[in-house]
Design a protein around this ligand. Structure first.
Ligand code: ADE
Ligand code: ZN
Length: 351
């Protein structure tokens, strides 16, 4: 048999890279827990709570997940969250996420939640916080995942509403470690929330904000200068400003990048055009995350694999760097970060 008739070689390097991406320990730092609500669970909770849905079936709901931009997604995302009424609903949603995260070798997760999405519908804030906090404790006990909560303000609402939400949440202060800023970005610059972020800082809460997803690089600068954030969520549009990239690199300011989200919401036309390799090349502390995994086609490992498959500049070294960055960028204690980094080193040493 001549060489030309031999079967095409398998791609052992690619298979090995996938295996490494899947099994390396990692932290997930940008996951909206309401965005982990799978259509099947939406239907189950709707039936349990007697909530009417606008779609006749799981398949019909899933078929509606064709987004043209951030707002077209948010409209469906807020409607889906309408099935969440009781403490047990929040627990069940987060527990389902942690099962998936454990399968993806997530050892630490920081979960965003949107209290205003629920309190506006009359759901008591304690049902939200206590259900999620119970799931976080269970994640540690059942999966060995350390989990923390970050309370997000909806930026399409007023700063007064954000203040009221923070005050409402304070009796349960021990259950969340920080505040964030999400929802419709354009037209709602960080400066709108200057005072409530200052108050959160005075309370000893960590501060993060979505910036530079659809909004311009100036929103990233505003988040740094006015909100005093410790991480930028998304931040990919920094690439349009070389001076800002330099500043972020010098600060080692983490960016929580969400590749599948960026393609689904048309921040990038294709994954092949994503800026993740350029961000790493510039020395930024970029991380990979899922954002809203039930809506965007996958959980954190799906994000790593989709990005690495489409971007030939990403290989083993970048896999290590991204996982390591995820620990560095987390709000976990230094001893935990060191332990997870040692676990990461052991996985790479044996692969
Ligand atoms: N809320 C849930 N997902 C979001 C995203 N990608 N951007 C802004 N707000 C969000
Ligand atoms: Zn997000």
């Amino acid at each position: 048999m001549t060489d030309s008739l031999a079967p095409a070689p398998a791609q052992p390097d690619r298979a090995a890279l996938h295996a490494l991406l899947r099994r390396m320990p990692k932290a997930e730092l940008h996951i909206h827990i309401e965005g982990s609500l799978e259509p099947e669970l939406i239907f189950r909770l709707a039936a349990r709570n007697g909530v009417a849905l606008a779609y006749p079936s799981v398949a019909a709901l899933r078929a509606a997940y064709a987004f043209t931009d951030l707002q077209s997604f948010l409209d469906i995302y807020y409607a889906g969250a309408g099935v969440l009424l009781k403490e047990a609903d929040f627990f069940d949603m987060a527990h389902a996420y942690f099962e998936r995260a454990a399968a993806d070798h997530v050892v630490h997760a920081e979960l965003f939640f949107d209290p205003q999405t629920h309190t506006e519908r009359g759901v008591p804030i304690e049902a939200v916080i206590l259900g999620l906090a119970r799931a976080c404790r269970r994640a540690q006990a059942e999966f060995g995942i350390s989990a923390r909560l970050i309370l997000c303000f909806l930026r399409h609402l007023s700063e007064e509403a954000a203040f009221a939400t923070l005050e409402q949440a304070l009796p349960w202060r021990e259950h969340f470690v920080g505040v964030g800023l999400d929802s419709s970005e354009r037209g709602h610059p960080p400066e709108k929330f200057a005072r409530v972020f200052a108050r959160a800082g005075a309370l000893g809460l960590h501060r993060v904000a979505h910036a530079g997803e659809e909004g311009p690089p100036a929103y990233i600068e505003g988040a740094l200068d006015v909100l005093q954030v410790e991480r930028i969520d998304h931040g990919v549009r920094c690439i349009e400003s070389p001076a800002l990239v330099q500043r972020l690199a010098a600060l080692r300011m983490p960016l929580t990048v969400c590749p599948l989200s960026n393609v689904k919401l048309r921040v990038y036309d294709t994954m092949a055009g994503h800026s993740l390799p350029a961000l790493l090349q510039a020395g930024l502390c970029a991380t990979v995350n899922s954002d809203d995994p039930a809506y965007f086609g996958g959980y954190v490992n799906d994000n790593y694999i989709a990005a690495f498959d489409a971007l030939p500049q990403l290989g083993r070294d970048e896999a290590y760097r991204l996982a390591r960055n995820s620990f560095e960028a987390s709000f976990a204690p230094a001893a935990d970060k060191a332990r997870w980094t040692a676990q990461l080193d052991a996985v790479f040493a044996s692969a």
